[in-house]
Every structure is written in structure tokens, then in C-alpha cells.
Unconditional design. Structure first.
Length: 196
């Protein structure tokens, strides 16, 4: 990698780190190009060069954290041989991620992320294929072995992640959910919906 490419990567990281800090402190309204350049120390021209516009910064930030979340979920799932332990591990990993990364989780569960996900679903899926394919293969193998309900993979994913995402959103927006309690209750309830 050339020095120029290394500097470019450092610049991108500085901008994304600053963007998350701003988002955590001031929300979407506080995330402006002027605030971003002030926070990161990166010039306006560099922000536009690397990201195109502010929307590009937020998209890149959301994809960065989606990649980390999927990495943690994949690691949790694939480290278990039996279906129940794997499903329970995914629930714990997701709620753990939300608890330890609230700013990133708030972004990933925001209307912006929902709109991006809808508008660019195929693109995002393609960019995350390396993370998603092993998860799908794991689920498929356990379904074929009779350890999971004989349901299409998207249905299993929805039954597992739907309640977890709902609890995460509620905790992030209203704060009236105890994530520790949810982490104790949800795995068994979710297992009942996807077990054989």
C-alpha cells in the first residue's frame, strides 16, 4: 500500500470516528460537515473527496458498524456446534453489542439506516456476503439435520432477530427495557419458535 493510500485510510478512519462521536453526543441533527471537519481535523475537501457528501459519511459509518455487528453475530453462532446454543449465543451477542456500543447501535437502528437498508438492500447484502454466507450455511446444515424448524432461512432469521431488534430499539429509544433481563428471557422464547 502506498503512502498516499495509507494517509487516505487514516483520513477515512478519523472522519468515521468523529462522525460516531458527534452522532453519540448530538444526534443526527448535530452531524454536519462543519461539525465533522472541526471534530476530525480533516478538511472539507477531504470529506467530500473520500465520501462524496455527508450522506456518504453516514452510509460508510453505518456499513462499518453493520460489518462489526455481523462479525460478532457470526462468531457467536459459528462457535457453537448445536443449534440451540448457537441461536442463544446470537441473542446474547446482539444484546451485548447494543449494550456496549449504544451510539453505533442507535445509528444501526435509526430511520436513516432503515432507509439505506431498503434503498440498497442488494448492494449491502453483496458487501456483507463474506459475513452472511457462513451464517446461512450453518443455519441450513442445522435445519437439514433436524435441529431447527423446517423453515426458510429468512423466516428463521426473522424469528431469531425480530424480537432482539425490537428489544434493542426499545432500549435505545425509550430506555424502559432491562437488557440483562431480556438476555435471560429471550433465548428460550426464541428457541421455542425455531427449534424442531
Amino acid at each position: 500500500m502506498s503512502r498516499k493510500q495509507q494517509r487516505g485510510e487514516v483520513t477515512v478512519e478519523r472522519v468515521l470516528d468523529a462522525a460516531l462521536d458527534l452522532y453519540a453526543r448530538e444526534g443526527e441533527a448535530g452531524l454536519t460537515v462543519a461539525a465533522l471537519t472541526r471534530e476530525s481535523g480533516v478538511s472539507t475537501g477531504s470529506v467530500y473527496h473520500h465520501f462524496g457528501n455527508l450522506h456518504g459519511v453516514v452510509s460508510a459509518l453505518a456499513l462499518r458498524w453493520l460489518d462489526r455487528l455481523l462479525g460478532e453475530l457470526g462468531t457467536a453462532l459459528l462457535s457453537h456446534q448445536d443449534a440451540r446454543s448457537g441461536i442463544e449465543a446470537v441473542v446474547h451477542a446482539y444484546l451485548g453489542f447494543v449494550r456496549t456500543e449504544p451510539a453505533a447501535s442507535r445509528l444501526l437502528h435509526s430511520p436513516f439506516a432503515d432507509q439505506e437498508g431498503t434503498a440498497h438492500a442488494a448492494e449491502i447484502r453483496d458487501s456483507q456476503e463474506a459475513r452472511l454466507t457462513p451464517i446461512e450455511l450453518w443455519l441450513d446444515a442445522h435445519r437439514k439435520a433436524g435441529e431447527l424448524a423446517d423453515l426458510p432461512t429468512p423466516v428463521i432469521e426473522g424469528l431469531v432477530l425480530g424480537p432482539v431488534v425490537a428489544m434493542a430499539r426499545r432500549w435505545l429509544t425509550l430506555g424502559d427495557v432491562d437488557l440483562e433481563e431480556a438476555s435471560r428471557i429471550l433465548p428460550d422464547r426464541i428457541w421455542r419458535s425455531v427449534g424442531p
